[in-house]
Design a protein around this ligand. Structure first.
Ligand code: SAM
Length: 281
């Protein structure tokens, strides 16, 4: 891409944390061009062509790990929709994700929540419908739960690459709030080891990207917030549906990386308790 072509694109103005949405967006666009992709996202390709952003910063930041993470959450959302085809998926910190486009079954209800400037950008490429709504709010705000309740249950909350940007206090308060207000809901999110957080801080310093604030070595410890683990995966051991779709060469690559990366990124699916104990954060 030439400098002139880049200058023709409307430059995006986002906060530093919000800008991280380009990391998985670029990852999904690159994956879409592969011969046997883990997921396809033609919309990501279209958006990347249309918007001007700091490509030097974001083109190589996340790579395949964000793609496997997203594909893992897609698999869990599809399982949920297999059981409850007209339930509601709440995408917290949605960025420019296109999970709805990938899993829509014609009856699911959907909320895409993110900070106001991200939602303004998102509205350039996505529209509300009678089953799908964008909400401009911080995940730490109290007001959005009432909007979720306007959609039919059961509920599946997914925060894909979002909670590490919150402080531990905020992340645990958000999770405890969901668990208390939506008994029985499914909640899926990714967590990173302390070692991985330190690695991210070095990358963030080199590239000038936002720093994570929250590491969690043991997602099971979050059961104290009023939810229990129902499934878990790692980036090198993705959910079965993702693994089954992989060509042998990528399966071998994941197996080779497992001893080094295995525990650095964990995906965990929780179910909120139906009767809530007293919660200690
Ligand atoms: C790494 S991006 C992930 C985007 C999207 N989930 C995906 O996988 O493509 C992090 C996202 O979290 C959002 N985010 C960060 N802090 C947030 C907050 N307090 N409330 C809502 N969204 C937040 C950012 O705006 C950004 O869109």
């Amino acid at each position: 891409m030439t400098a002139d072509e880049e200058a023709d694109r409307e430059q995006v103005e986002l906060g530093q944390v919000q800008e991280t949405l380009f990391i998985p967006l670029v990852g999904r666009a690159v994956e879409t061009g592969k011969r046997r992709p883990v997921l396809r996202d033609p919309k990501a390709v279209e958006i990347i062509e249309a918007v001007g952003f700091d490509r030097a910063k974001y083109n190589r930041a996340g790579g395949w790990t964000t793609v496997f993470r997203t594909a893992g959450f897609d698999a869990w959302v599809r399982d949920f929709l297999g059981e409850d085809p007209a339930g509601t998926v709440v995408e917290l910190g949605t960025g420019l994700n296109t999970r709805f486009e990938r899993v829509d079954n014609g009856s699911v209800h959907w909320i895409d929540l993110d900070l106001p400037d991200t939602i303004t950008l998102r509205r350039r490429f996505f529209a509300d419908t009678n089953r799908r709504r964008m909400v401009a709010a911080s995940v730490t705000d109290d007001g959005w739960a009432a909007v979720v309740r306007e959609m039919p249950g059961p509920y599946f909350f997914v925060a894909d690459g979002v909670l590490p940007y919150l402080t531990e206090e905020d992340a645990t308060r958000v999770l405890a709030g969901i668990a208390t207000q939506f008994p029985g809901a499914l909640i899926a999110f990714d967590t990173y080891s302390q070692q991985m957080l330190e690695r991210e801080h070095r990358l963030a310093a080199r590239r000038g990207i936002a720093r994570w604030q929250w590491a969690c070595d043991d997602p099971r410890s979050l059961e104290r917030l009023g939810m229990r683990v129902v499934d878990s995966a790692t980036v090198t051991r993705p959910p079965r549906a993702v693994r089954a779709a992989l060509p042998g060469s990528r399966r071998l690559l994941l197996a080779a990386m497992d001893p080094v990366m295995g525990r650095s990124m964990q995906l965990t699916l929780f179910r909120a308790a139906t009767s809530q104990p007293r919660i200690s954060q």
